[in-house]
Structure formats: C-alpha cells, structure tokens
Ligand binder design. Structure first.
Ligand SMILES: Cc1cc2nc3c(=O)[nH]c(=O)nc-3n(C[C@H](O)[C@H](O)[C@H](O)COP(=O)(O)OP(=O)(O)OC[C@H]3O[C@@H](n4cnc5c(N)ncnc54)[C@H](O)[C@@H]3O)c2cc1C
Length: 456
C-alpha cells in the first residue's frame, strides 16, 4: 500500500521508537483501537534482540517471532519509518515539537553494563570485548558484505557473567574454536550440529578430545555459586523449594559443561585489569562468599588469570537519550504502573527500555515446571526461556499499553493542521530512507541471507 494514501483514521497520533517485541505490540494495540501510530526504528528491520541478540542457531524461534512482529507492524494505521535513530537522526527536543499525542520509547536494552574496573574501557577491542556487539557479529558474520567489527576468536578465553546470555557467549566461543580446530585437521563440521548435538558428544563420536585438538576451552567466571545461577525458573520461596531449585541449577550447569566442554569458576569477581604492551592480557579476580542473597568479597584473596580474550556478559541496560531523565541505569519513571517518564505527561517507556534487569527477575520467578527431559536437553530449555521472555514482554506491554491508551484517550485529539503536518513529516522521512510504504516488500528486500539456507 502506498504510504501517502493511508487513511486518516483518528485524531491522535503516537510516535513509538523501536519496532521489536515491545514496540510492535504497543503499535498494534494502539492501531487496533483506531489510533494512528508511527514506528521509528534505528535499524532497517524492526526485530531488535531477536535478530541481533538471539544466537542464530535458534533460527526457528527467530523466524516465528519475527513473523509475529511483521503481522503487527503491517497494519493500515501504522506508519513504519526505518533507519531513524532517536538522539542521532532526530533529537528528542525536535521530536517534542512535532506535537505527537504521545511518545513511547520501546528502545530495549542495548548497552552492555560496564565492568567496574577503572580504565578498562580504553582496552575495548584490545583484549576486552562486550557481549552485545560480539553476538551481533556472530549472528551476521556469514552475510555477504558484512562490514561490522570482526572478532578473532581465541582459545582459553575468559567469559565474565553467569546469566543466560553469558552461556550463549560460552557456546559461541566453544563452537568457533572447536569448529576451526576440526577444519585445520580437515574435518568438516557445521555450527548447527555442534550446537545441537553438543561439542562433547560430537568429539566423542570422532574419538577426539579437546587435548587432541590442542585446545583448552574457555572459562566462565561467576561471582556467585553454580547453585545460584539463574538457570531454573522453579520457584524458590521456601527452604525446601530453594534446595530443589538449587539441585536443578547444579544439574543444568553440569550437563551444560559436559555438552560444551567449557570450564567454570564460581565465587570470583573481577577487580583489576592486567596489561602488557598496551593490551589487556588478563584479569585480577577477588574470591567471594555468599551470605544470604549477598556477594561478599573475601579480603586479600586475589588471583590473576592471563588470557588472550575477555568477554564481559554481565547484563544489558538501555542507552541514554539526551533530553530524557535518567536514574541509575534506566530512564527515570514517575510510577512503574504508568510507565510515564518523569517531567512529562505524554512520554512513556515500555519493554526492556524500562524494565531492564527487573524483567529478568520477573521471568525467573514464574513457576513453569522443569522436567528431567528439559534439563537434559539444553537447547530446548534455553529456547523455552527465550520464548518465555518474549511472551512476558508482550503481556507486560499489553498491561502497560492499556494505561497509556487510557491517558491518550483522555486528552483532546490533535488539531487537524498539527495532525497533517506530522503526517507530512513522517512521509518525508519515509521517502528519505527509501521506504515506499510497502512493509512486506521492504522486509523481503532487506532480510539477510540466513545461514541455515546457505549451509543447506
Ligand atoms: C541475549 C538475550 C538476552 C536477553 N535478556 C533478557 C532479559 O534480561 N530480560 C528479558 O526480559 N528479556 C530478555 N531477553 C528476551 C528479549 O530480549 C526481550 O524479552 C524482548 O525481545 C525485548 O524486546 P524489546 O522490544 O523491549 O527490546 P529490543 O528487542 O531490544 O528492541 C528494541 C528496538 O528498538 C530499536 N532502537 C533502540 N534504540 C533506538 C533509538 N534510539 N531509535 C530508534 N530505535 C531504537 C532497536 O533497534 C530494536 O529494534 C533476552 C534476549 C536475548 C537474545
């Protein structure tokens, strides 16, 4: 459908930034109630973490979730504008002057939480790397013409983390190093099989070990214990349930290590960097102990780890946007129930942009029973966790958007001239990015080459 001929169906006009799980759901809910929406997305495609953060071996889940997003954004009341980044291509100040009925930020959590080591940031790309750009590279490196930063994967890498995403990083490192070592011996392997079957079982079937391949494997350092890892969604609100959940977490980790052959060092928190000739060559850790919920560093118990590569995976937080108030590591919200950003009466944040870490807690609290079968099948378990997160993000957006719609509908509609001017500006921006209003065609044209189709 031609964007210019879209029907004027309402007097409210809402801007949403970010078109992924949260943004597309919010846009769809508003559009279904007759409110006209424009979805500004910084990337060409509106898929966010699903495209760039969910490792590409989950391709079925990725396709399924992306199709859901397409089904929502391709609505006659929604104007999609790709390649527009709030804070860069348009400032928040300028946007405010357009006169939208409401502005909703669904911009996700893309900034890696920084390791608390002074001066470490000077070595990013030079011994220390962060999870978000690393997974982005892994997901896209096979695409012809990929020109993002490249990573030279090294054996004996250190991963700092402990959550689900850090396990993805561990898997990527093991798959890449083992795949390359097999290739060196003239043995063909493919990423999907190494991931699904596991590295341990694959090597066993070839009568090989990591030693034979002259590999050490990477090591995951975690500040808590294995039994504290957010690996099981089982409830842990009584001592008995906690014990059961801790047993399951330990089993999942043991199973995961057998499958992917990485090492695990608990009770260790990074405190300093080790440098050599202008490069980061290691990390100093301090031992910790767990007291109740708290992590206590143990005085004078340090150890140094030399490594060619450190990847930090300690969580993601929203990117700051100039002109919007900030508190701690998220946008400053007046009241979490309304998602209203402090100092405004029509600017809201939803999805990972507002919940950040809170969402993780919500997701691990749910009480899905975990069967032994699932513990044994790490792939299914991980996929289930991601699916569950997406599902939860959508239901939380549904709850939040009801409040937001209530507030919008209480306001007066926009004067016709303001409404028409916004429409004019939106359509100019669409044209500037080369988007002609046909959402499905745009997606078809820009969907990247998929590895599963290349490797057959
Ligand atoms: C590795 C990994 C870790 C995960 N961790 C968690 C977790 O901790 N908690 C949880 O609940 N779920 C997590 N999930 C699940 C999932 O990410 C979320 O539930 C859901 O995808 C979040 O959707 P979102 O729309 O809020 O954010 P995103 O998927 O991040 O989408 C944000 C969108 O906004 C766009 N955008 C960003 N900034 C701008 C800007 N300035 N202007 C315009 N557009 C912009 C982005 O390009 C993107 O399309 C994780 C998923 C993965 C793959």
């Amino acid at each position: 459908m031609d964007a210019i001929s879209k029907k004027d169906t309402g007097k409210h006009f809402v801007a949403i930034f970010g078109g992924a799980v949260a943004g597309s759901e919010a846009a769809y809910q508003l559009a279904s109630r007759g409110i006209v929406v424009t979805v500004f997305e910084q990337s060409t495609l509106p898929y966010g973490k699903i495209e760039d953060g969910l490792p590409k071996w989950h391709h079925k889940l990725r396709d399924q979730e992306e199709q859901k997003i397409d089904g929502k954004i391709d609505h006659p009341n929604i104007w999609y504008v790709p390649n527009v980044r709030l804070g860069i291509d348009i400032s928040f100040e300028e946007l405010r002057q357009w006169g939208f009925s409401a502005i909703i930020l669904a911009t996700g959590a893309w900034r890696d939480r920084q390791l608390p080591i002074e001066g470490l940031e000077d070595y990013v790309g030079n011994g220390i790397y962060y999870q978000n750009p690393f997974v982005y590279w892994f997901n896209h490196k096979h695409e012809p013409g990929f020109n993002g930063p490249a990573y030279k994967i090294q054996d004996d890498a250190v991963v700092i983390g402990g959550g689900l995403a850090s396990l993805d990083v561990v898997k990527i490192l093991m798959i890449e190093t083992v795949g390359a070592a097999l290739e060196k011996r003239g043995i063909e392997s493919d990423m999907f099989t190494l991931e699904k079957k596991g590295i341990g079982p694959t090597l066993e079937s070839m009568d090989l070990t990591l030693d034979d391949l002259e590999l050490k494997g990477c090591t995951l350092y975690y500040r808590r214990r294995a039994i504290d890892m957010p690996l099981s969604p089982m409830p842990a609100d009584t001592p008995e349930k906690l014990e059961k959940a801790q047993n399951v977490r330990q089993k999942i980790l043991d199973n995961f290590q057998r499958k992917y052959l990485f090492r695990f060092v608990p009770n260790s928190t990074p405190v300093d960097k080790i440098l050599h000739e202008g490069r980061l060559t290691g990390i100093r850790f301090q031992k910790t102990r767990i007291e109740g919920e708290r992590v206590r560093p143990i005085e004078n118990e340090y150890f140094d780890v030399e490594t060619p590569m450190v990847i930090s995976s300690i969580g993601s937080i929203p990117e700051k946007i100039e002109g919007l108030p900030w508190q701690g590591q998220v946008f400053k919200i007046t009241d979490p129930k309304t998602c209203l950003i402090e100092g405004f009466d029509n600017v809201f944040a939803i999805g990972n942009a507002v919940t950040g870490k809170g969402n993780i807690n919500e997701s691990v609290k749910h009480s899905r029973e975990i069967s032994t079968g699932i513990i044994d099948n790490f792939f299914e378990w991980q996929q289930g966790e991601y699916e569950n997160w997406h599902h939860q993000t959508v239901s939380k957006v549904d709850r939040d958007i009801d409040q937001i719609i209530g507030r919008i509908e209480n306001q007066e509609g926009l004067p016709e001239n303001v409404y028409n001017e916004i429409l004019e500006k939106v359509s100019r921006m669409q044209k500037k990015t080369g988007y002609d209003g046909n959402y499905r065609q745009w997606i078809e044209k820009h969907l990247p080459v998929r590895l599963e189709n290349v490797s057959g």
